[in-house]
Each structure stands twice: as C-alpha cells, then as structure tokens.
Ligand binder design. Structure first.
Ligand SMILES: Nc1nc2c(ncn2[C@@H]2O[C@H](COP(=O)(O)OP(=O)(O)O)[C@@H](O)[C@H]2O)c(=O)[nH]1
Ligand SMILES: [Mg+2]
Length: 456
C-alpha cells in the first residue's frame, strides 16, 4: 500500500457539478460509516437499498430530505464503505451536508480521491481509473465509447495477456540458463524466436489501438500558416463553420493567434489561425508573426497555405524549407494547401502527391477532404469497435517494452545470450506493468489523480 495513503480517513465531497440542479449527491467513503448513518439519518439503514429519509444536523434540525444509499465495504466503488446522500441540488443545502459529515469526522476529499482509493484497494487498475476521468471528459461519442471500453477493463486485459505471454517466455529462458547441462540447447530452439516475434507483434497491435484512443482523447493541433492574404482566416472560418476570424482584403489583418476547436469524426482538432508571415515595419504585426512561429514550432500539424491563383505559385515559401531543415523530424507534419481554386483550374481535394490539398475557402470546396486528410495524417482510422481510450504515458510504456523485446531478441540472435535476453524481458515486463499501475511511483499517481474532478 502507498505511503501517502491513510485508510482510516473518511472522505467526503459533493459528487455532482457545482451550482444548482434538481438533485445533488454527497458522497462519503471510509472504513466504518455507522457513525455517519446514525448521526445524519438517525439510524443505520439497509445496505444497497434506497432509503427515503431526513438528513439531520447535530441538534436534530432537518437539513434536507432525500435518498440515502449505503454500500458496505468492500463491495463498493472505493472498496471501503460508501454512503451516498442524494438531496436537492442547491449549493447551500449540499454544503451543509458536507459540513455535517466533517463535524462527524470526515475530511474534504482531494480531486480523484474516490477513484484513487478504488485503485489502491485493487477494485480497478490504473487504466480503468484513468478511463473514469476520460469518460467524464470525453468530447465525442467515439471518445466516450472507447473510454467505457477501457473502464470495463478491455485495455487492461489486452496488456495482461501480453504480460502473461512474457512471463511464460521468461520462465522458459530462465530455466534454459539455470540448467545449461541439459542435452538440448533450449535457447537455440526456434520456438523461442517465434515467441519473441509474437510478443513484438502483440505489442505493436495494442500500440496501434492505443494510439487511436490517444487521438480521440487528446486530438491534434493544426496551425494555418502562410503569407498574408492567402485566405488563412477565411479557411479557419470555413473549417469551424462559423465566422470567428476577421477577413479583409487588407494584408496583415490577423495579428493575434486565434484558437478554436472542432470535433471531426470523433477527433478533437484545434485550429490555430496566425498572422501572415512577411517582413513588416509594424511592431504589432511583427509580434503577431513571432507568435505565429511559436505555434508552428509546437503544433502537431502545419498547413502551409498559398494562393492557387497567383501566377508563380510558390511551392513551399522560400524561407520555410530552410526553417524546417533544422527540424527534420518536423517536415512530415507540414502539408501544402492551395486556396482560392475558384480562381484557378485545380480540382478540389487531395492531390496525387498525397500531401497537397486544394480548397476554396470562399466557396467551401475541398473542406471535408481537408479534414479527412488531417485525421488520416494523424493516423486515425475510423472504426466502430476495438478502440479503447489511452494516454501518452501508455504509448511510451508500450514503446519501451517493445524496445526491450527487440533488444533481447537481438542479444539472442547475435550472441546466443540467454542472460541478456532474460534481463531485457524482465524490463519489458516492468514497463508493461507500469500501464496497469502494478509498479508506479507516488508522483505518477499524484499526477494522474490530481487531474480528476472533486467528488470522483
Ligand atoms: N476568390 C477567393 N477569395 C478568397 C478565398 N479565400 C479568401 N479569399 C479572399 O482573400 C482575402 C484575404 O483573406 P483572409 O482570410 O483575410 O486571408 P489571410 O490574411 O491569409 O488571413 C479576402 O479578401 C478574402 O475574401 C477563396 O477561396 N477564393
Ligand atoms: Mg488572417
């Protein structure tokens, strides 16, 4: 059990959103809640049955009337005893109930503390705990579905299956090392290489699925960049489906960075409109351009917009290739968009080179194609089934595990070394176990749960 965790504390929080509502729920979790039942409800109540009752102050004053639910531990969400008071959803009413619980010895719950306790009591693993927050925060039906799948343990199960395979392989390798006097060289058996390849393949598969989940959760950021007047702001408005940015035929209109989000096929996309890149004497515009470069530096994808109707259609602007050469890893994030094709003879949509998209912001041509292109570029494959919500930390752990399996296989291949392979497999297992939280640091747990809302 974690050192930061004190199972004797009873915690309380309002579980419903702050503000007023038809119903408000106060949730209490702790080892023994008899005192709370007697103190507030007047007596103990039947387990897991809705009881309509008074909620009372110390002097017997009625604070509210509502439904009380009692879940004796460990058969509860947190694994402790849980008392839920469902009263009227008023700020003062609910606060008074919380104060009453504090009077009886509870303390305010930290964000995510109920879920953290569920994790610490082994009710759920870390992927499921994270999925609880992801479900609450999901911004599309697809994201909600995938979070629900992770919450039900689908992701954990896939990872655990790989861990099991990994353990079997380790047992085999360790036995081969421990009994070198056996006649057969077990390390040279083809079945071992076969297992290692299967492990690598399974990790690749779950990584591909997890990457979809990360996209649904985190989405991507896309910068609209280019010279003044090529139609960046017009395109932003068209992509958003509403007039957010000021459009004029005057060069240098946009100075501030504008950020707006849409959800396309379940993937949240944040579009960032920027000042046109050019040399200018205006100090305000120069600041806008400086900020534009900052966005270009950090975005997931950059759309370099050019005017299709210009006589000498610039391919990548003169300064840009040089700029991106400094960051070779970034060039794959850049795509060319030709706007104003109503004034040229280009066909709308993705061009044959696979990285240029032609649009007309003014006449709404090629816009859907541009959006599809962006999510496809990010690696999103829309499919109804099989995606589970995941986070970047899962992808990192999977990549590390994959690296160790790969390295171990190379050691075996090159040097026939069982010892080095065994060590790599041990590390791979450790990385995979980090995903479910079997090995974690207090830092990581604190980081994960502090991003939850209070009362969850
Ligand atoms: N013909 C045509 N004009 C456009 C199109 N998109 C933008 N414009 C015009 O180009 C000018 C500059 O547009 P704006 O969006 O402010 O460009 P920005 O400086 O790159 O943000 C405005 O007069 C727009 O009406 C388009 O697709 N076709
Ligand atoms: Mg503009």
């Amino acid at each position: 059990m974690q050192s930061s965790y004190n199972s004797i504390d009873t915690i309380v929080a309002i579980a419903t959103p702050s503000g007023t509502g038809g119903v408000g729920v106060v949730r209490v979790s702790g080892r023994d809640l008899t005192r709370f039942c007697v103190g507030i409800l007047g007596s103990e109540i039947a387990s897991r049955k809705a009881t309509y009752t008074h909620f009372r102050a110390a002097d017997g004053e009625c604070l509210d009337m509502g439904i009380a639910l009692y879940f004796p531990g460990p058969a509860s969400f947190t694994g402790e005893s849980v008392l839920e008071l469902q009263g009227h959803g008023g700020i003062v009413v609910l606060d008074r109930l919380v104060q009453r619980c504090i009077q009886l010895g509870a303390r305010h719950a930290r964000p995510g503390e109920f879920t953290e306790r569920a994790f610490l009591h082994g009710k759920i693993d870390l992927t499921q705990a994270e999925a609880v927050a992801d479900l609450i925060e999901s911004s599309s039906v697809q994201a909600a579905r995938s979070a629900l799948r992770s919450m039900q343990g689908d992701f954990a199960q896939v990872v655990n299956t790989i861990i099991k395979k990994l353990i079997d392989t380790r047992v085999y390798v360790e036995a081969a090392i421990d009994f070198p006097e056996e006649e057969v060289d077990f390390l040279a058996e083809p079945v071992l290489i076969q297992w290692l390849d299967e492990l690598a393949r399974s990790i690749d598969q779950v990584t591909a699925d997890a990457r979809q989940g990360v996209l649904l959760r985190d989405g991507l950021s896309v910068v609209l960049a280019g010279k003044p007047n090529v139609g960046k702001s017009s395109l932003l408005n068209r992509l958003l489906g509403e007039e957010r940015a000021i459009v004029t035929d005057e060069a240098g209109t946009t100075r501030d960075v504008l950020k707006h989000r849409i959800v396309f096929e379940g993937v949240p996309i944040q579009f960032i409109d920027t000042a046109g890149l050019r040399d200018t004497d205006s100090a305000i515009e120069r600041e806008g351009i400086r900020r534009a470069w900052l966005e270009i530096d950090t975005a997931d994808h950059i759309l370099l917009i050019a005017d299709a109707s210009e006589a000498s259609r610039p391919h990548l602007n003169e300064a840009w290739p040089e700029y991106f050469m400094q960051y070779p890893e970034k060039t794959h994030r850049v795509s060319q968009v030709f706007n104003k094709i109503d004034c040229s003879d280009d066909a709308p949509g993705l061009q044959r080179d696979g990285s240029t998209v032609c649009v007309s912001a003014k006449y709404s041509l090629g816009i859907q194609e541009l959006l599809s292109f962006l999510v496809a570029q990010a690696g999103y494959i829309e499919r109804g089934e099989g995606i589970f919500s995941a986070r970047r930390r899962h992808l990192l752990a999977l990549a590390d595990a994959r690296g160790y399996v790969q390295a171990g296989r190379a050691q075996l291949d090159r040097y026939g070394s069982g010892e080095l392979l065994a060590e790599d497999l041990r590390m791979a297992q450790k990385k995979l176990e980090e995903i479910g939280g079997a090995v974690t640091s207090d830092d990581l747990l604190g980081h994960i749960f502090s991003s939850f809302c209070i009362g969850k």
